[in-house]
Design a protein around this ligand. Structure first.
Ligand SMILES: C[S@@+](CC[C@H](N)C(=O)[O-])C[C@H]1O[C@@H](n2cnc3c(N)ncnc32)[C@H](O)[C@@H]1O
Length: 283
């Protein structure tokens, strides 16, 4: 196991999510916080690793995602706190950090019907698997290969913080349409859907079985517009492409900026991606 971090906050005062997650918004958290209006409750229809959740202060949260493994993990951490953290920690010993153990644990995860065991194994796979990817085959089996990290980090401090912060939080397994349907005046919605592809050959939309196509991207934009008309503000993040600029054409503001992030599965392939924040004010 890697030595525990001694500080929860990084030098800029940000908290890291306890899961590695493709497309997580830790790097651009200040940009997002600048745009998010105040409100009683923050709704995140695409919560992922919860980078926005752990770095904002709303009185209440409704955090949704359509990945059942993710939502079950959060629910167990919320309910059990330290007891669940201790249960997960047993998996983070050098003994289990080798290819043979990894594939045994992956098989156990895929066979397990026990929610608690599955949740702990999901965290183990996230930290020991290749690039922290979350990918399933057509039958729903987790199929990410071993990551070969010298010392996988056990995110104890980050999990404790997540647990404490989840006191006034509802986690819900839901598609984004259902999350929008739950919004009330006084809520603020932050949407971080899977990115639209930068080019036709790029395809990073398979976060969970099913993917997320351009029709769904357009439907999300339409829901944001309708929500704003009802007085509920919506912020959406995505790549800055001709498609997104058109889809978010009714937004009150489009904020564009560059960010250096991993674009390919190969860690060395970094690129400056152009990001877009679309703010639908809701007034
Ligand atoms: C870009 S990630 C969100 C990252 C998150 N903001 C963070 O900081 O980690 C997109 C998320 O959307 C979820 N997702 C994909 N399709 C969805 C759908 N139709 N409804 C709800 N969630 C969905 C995926 O499981 C994934 O967690």
């Amino acid at each position: 196991m890697a030595p525990a971090r001694t500080r929860l906050h990084n030098k800029d005062g940000h908290v890291r999510p306890f899961l590695k997650w493709a497309g997580n918004k830790y790097q651009i958290i200040d940009r997002i916080r600048q745009q998010l209006p105040q409100g009683r409750r923050l709704i995140e229809p695409f919560v992922g690793s919860g980078a926005v959740f752990v770095n904002t202060r709303f009185d209440n949260y409704l955090l949704c995602d359509n990945n059942p493994d993710l939502i079950h993990l959060y629910t167990l951490l919320q309910e059990e706190g330290e007891r669940f953290i201790r249960y997960c920690k047993r998996l983070f010993t050098g003994e289990y950090n080798n290819a043979e153990s990894f594939y045994q644990h992956r098989e156990r995860f895929n066979q397990s019907r026990n929610k608690r065991q599955r949740a702990a194994l999901f965290l183990y796979l996230n930290r020991h698997g290749y690039n922290g990817l979350c990918r399933y085959n057509a039958s729903g089996g987790f199929n990410v290969p071993f990551g070969r990290y010298a010392h996988p980090y056990f995110p104890e401090m980050e999990m404790c913080y997540f647990h404490e912060k989840s006191a006034n939080t509802e986690f819900r397994l839901a598609g984004f349409e259902e999350s929008f349907a739950s919004a009330q005046p006084g809520d603020v919605i932050y949407c971080d859907p899977p990115y639209v592809p930068l080019s036709s050959s790029a395809n990073f939309t398979s976060y969970s079985a099913g993917g997320f196509d351009l029709d769904q991207q357009q439907h999300l934009a339409d829901l944001a517009e309708a929500s704003a008309r009802k007085g509920i503000p919506v912020l959406i993040s995505n790549h800055n492409t001709p498609f997104t600029r058109k889809a978010y054409g009714q937004a009150d503001r489009l904020i564009k900026f560059k960010v250096n992030r991993f674009i390919s599965c190969k860690g060395e392939n970094r690129e400056d991606a152009s990001e877009l924040l679309a703010m639908f004010d809701g007034i």
